[in-house]
Write a protein that binds this ligand. Structure first.
Ligand code: SF4
Length: 204
């Protein structure tokens, strides 16, 4: 498999994008919620300095696999500052990624835990923790440009693994401006049109 090397320019563009994501305040309801959760904290995390901001993507800029989740959990990513880190879904996903050779360790607990992804990059449809895990349609639309930019910047992505219905829809919507041509007509036609990219799976 010929995997394109990732230039310094792309790495810097990703870093710039991640800085923009972390500073984003486009959704007043989510800004208020993520900050309130960070202030109040769970009893078992009273010693934590919660992240309380949007979460950028994480992983290997040369990845062929892009994993798209729904949004960070209030006491998971919103606490630790990294997607799929510090909650049960992180434990499940990282065990699977490690077994498949995409992660150097089977756990994802905090930002300094040594986790490295190889050939995989993780993003989310919505970057701020939403109440009840339910972003509004407007919040989903507000956040979509970040996924579009990631899909545009990551040069080697061949497979998008969407975890859940909202992530699945966001991935399809992001595919058109990012270079897919037929997403609006459904996955099968998109796959025919853009064989280099496939939405692999969704559940829920
Ligand atoms: S959900 Fe996305 S668009 Fe809304 S404030 Fe958070 S980062 Fe910004």
């Amino acid at each position: 498999m010929n995997v394109q090397r990732v230039s310094q320019r792309i790495r810097m563009s990703l870093e710039t994008l991640n800085s923009q994501i972390v500073a984003c305040r486009r959704c007043p309801r989510l800004v208020a919620y993520r900050q309130r959760v960070a202030r109040t904290r769970k009893p078992q995390y009273q010693h934590w300095e919660y992240w309380g901001r949007p979460l950028p993507g994480f992983g290997d800029p040369a990845a062929r696999l892009l994993i798209v989740g729904l949004a960070p959990a209030g006491h998971g990513g919103n606490r630790t500052g990294r997607v799929f880190t510090g909650d049960p879904s992180a434990a499940f996903l990282m065990r699977a990624l490690h077994e498949a050779g995409f992660a150097n360790q089977p756990t994802s607990e905090h930002r300094e835990d040594g986790l490295r992804l190889r050939d995989a990059y993780i993003a989310a449809a919505v970057r701020c923790a939403p109440p009840e895990n339910r972003p509004t349609s407007k919040e989903e639309r507000n956040c979509l440009p970040y996924l579009v930019q990631e899909l545009t910047l990551l040069p080697n992505v061949r497979v998008v693994l969407a975890l859940g219905g909202i992530a699945f829809s966001a991935s399809l919507r992001a595919a058109v401006p990012a270079g897919g041509t037929a997403a609006a007509r459904g996955v099968s036609s998109w796959r025919r049109a853009r064989l280099w990219r496939t939405i692999a799976s969704a559940f829920r």
